[in-house]
Design a protein around this ligand. Sequence first.
Ligand SMILES: [Zn+2]
Length: 72
Amino acid sequence: MERLYSPWRSQYIEGFDKIEGCFLCNAYKSNDDEKNLVLYRGKKCFVIMNLYPYNACHLMVCPNEHIGDFEN
Ligand SMILES: [Zn+2]
């Protein structure tokens, strides 16, 4: 396979301009984990499912704090 193609992601890409702020921070700040697909909240990170995954079982482990670069 030379290209990763996931047509189900088009809905997300086409609606990206409609999202205000960072979707990960929005999910973290919300209290509705079921709606936002948040599976786990830890001391420094949280685990969230990807509504528009590239493949099955795609999870993201995200820091609780929005920081602009990896070293921080
Ligand atoms: Zn963020």
